[in-house]
Design a protein around this ligand. Structure first.
Ligand SMILES: [Zn+2]
Length: 151
């Protein structure tokens, strides 16, 4: 079974799965630019697979600091990742994406989807419905990195 097939099975069946709605450009930064810290005002105990979802909101100041060619779809899942850990009381030195004064959710093993999967978002960590899980699994790239499955 290919690594992509294993990940697809995790998304559709086996694993607990959550989704996280981010403002743009932050969702695209996770999917495309290696943003590995999500800055939140609250801490999570959830560890595991998470869909990175772009909401309808845009941080216009942040957009100015992003590459001009960064695509920023709205209301769509852009990537699959893993919340590997979360920490507090950090001065922001853990990552260039970390902001002081926030809790830092650590994102690992980001797999960008081949195309955005359109769906409305929700608040906090939300649970994707089965139909969405299948659509995301169908949008996985043919070759998924080995680190995802080994983790
Ligand atoms: Zn940190």
């Amino acid at each position: 079974m290919s690594l992509t097939a294993i990940l697809a099975q995790s998304i559709t069946e086996a694993e607990p799965l959550r989704a996280l709605t981010l403002w743009q450009p932050w969702a695209s930064a996770v999917a495309q630019l290696g943003k590995n810290i999500e800055n939140r005002g609250w801490l999570t105990k959830y560890r595991g697979l998470v869909l990175i979802h772009a909401g309808a909101s845009i941080d216009r100041r942040a957009v100015q600091q992003m590459p001009r060619d960064l695509e920023m779809p709205a209301k769509a899942v852009l990537a699959v990742a893993r919340i590997s850990d979360a920490h507090s009381d950090c001065d922001g030195r853990c990552s260039r994406w970390a902001m002081p004064g926030f809790h830092h959710w650590e994102l690992a093993d980001v797999v960008p989807l081949t195309e955005p999967v359109t769906v409305p978002g929700a608040q906090r960590l939300w649970t994707p419905k089965e139909a969405l899980r299948r659509r995301v699994a169908d949008a996985l790239p043919a070759n998924t990195s080995a680190s995802f499955v080994a983790a």
